[in-house]
Design a binder for this molecule. Structure first.
Ligand SMILES: [Zn+2]
Length: 246
């Protein structure tokens, strides 16, 4: 992976995780309606045409990844991630922060849960799926904590604001989830062993590799943005960073 410094935006660096997942996100009218358009957000949208970009701020300390867009129609966390990155540009950090706001820009463009009919949160263990390429990047970059941010609608699973984690084999997953739960009031959902109920979730694949990970869910309609949804996802992301003293 080759990170390139983006002089226009201070100490921001970027690389691509995948070059076959790109899409024109601005074609998603729900995203366009809620995204504050400025030079930086337009820059991100341009980069997403060519694949899945990963952005980097800071050096040293823990290497943390804030991931969203694993499900393309879960818009609130993707918007929150862009907002977070936009807010943090130009700051100094004692940790290394990685951001993937749009895991599969094509799926986000189409406002679809799946990417090429593949559920990326059931295929992170399948070689060279987009979510597997994200895992490969996590390993290559030595990222040591992953926060995967989603949204869930009423009458879907889990259908409530929550933080998923597991206690084994990577107990810090549970500790991080517990912190976020107490901090922002999201319900904690914890499994005794990662990946025991289904296979291929990004969070579980990370935890099974000994890389602590959590999945944060906000309650929001699929394919659109409701009042307060982006702000709630944003507060989960801030809490995740707060756990590490960022
Ligand atoms: Zn999801």
């Amino acid at each position: 992976m080759h990170f390139k410094k983006i002089e226009e935006f201070g100490n921001l660096e970027m690389a691509y995780v995948s070059d076959f997942s790109g899409g024109f996100i601005s074609r998603n009218s729900h995203i366009l309606k809620s995204l504050e358009l400025n030079r930086f957000t337009q820059f991100i949208l341009e980069k997403c045409v060519h694949g899945t970009p990963i952005f980097k701020l800071g050096t040293g300390g823990n290497k943390l990844l804030i991931l969203s867009g694993i499900h393309g129609n879960e818009l609130s966390p993707q918007l929150a991630n862009v907002r977070l990155l936009n807010d943090l540009i130009g700051n100094e950090f004692n940790h290394t922060l990685y951001f993937i706001p749009f895991a599969a820009p094509k799926a986000t463009m189409n406002n679809e849960r799946t990417f090429n009919a593949m559920d990326l949160n059931r295929s992170a263990h399948i070689h060279d799926s987009v979510s597997n390429l994200i895992i490969q990047s996590v390993v290559e970059l030595g990222i040591n904590v992953v926060g995967d941010f989603h949204s869930t609608a009423y009458n879907s699973n889990p259908g409530r604001e929550s933080v998923f984690s597991s206690k084994s084999p990577t107990p810090e997953s549970y500790l991080i989830a517990n912190y976020i739960s107490r901090d922002v009031g999201s319900e904690i959902i914890s499994f005794d062993y990662a990946g025991s109920s289904y296979k291929g979730a990004v969070e579980d694949v990370c935890n099974l590799k000994g890389i602590p990970a959590v999945t944060c869910e906000v309650l929001a309609p699929f394919g659109s943005v409701g009042a307060g949804n982006v702000e709630k996802s944003f507060s989960q992301m801030k809490s995740f960073l707060d756990y590490f003293g960022v």
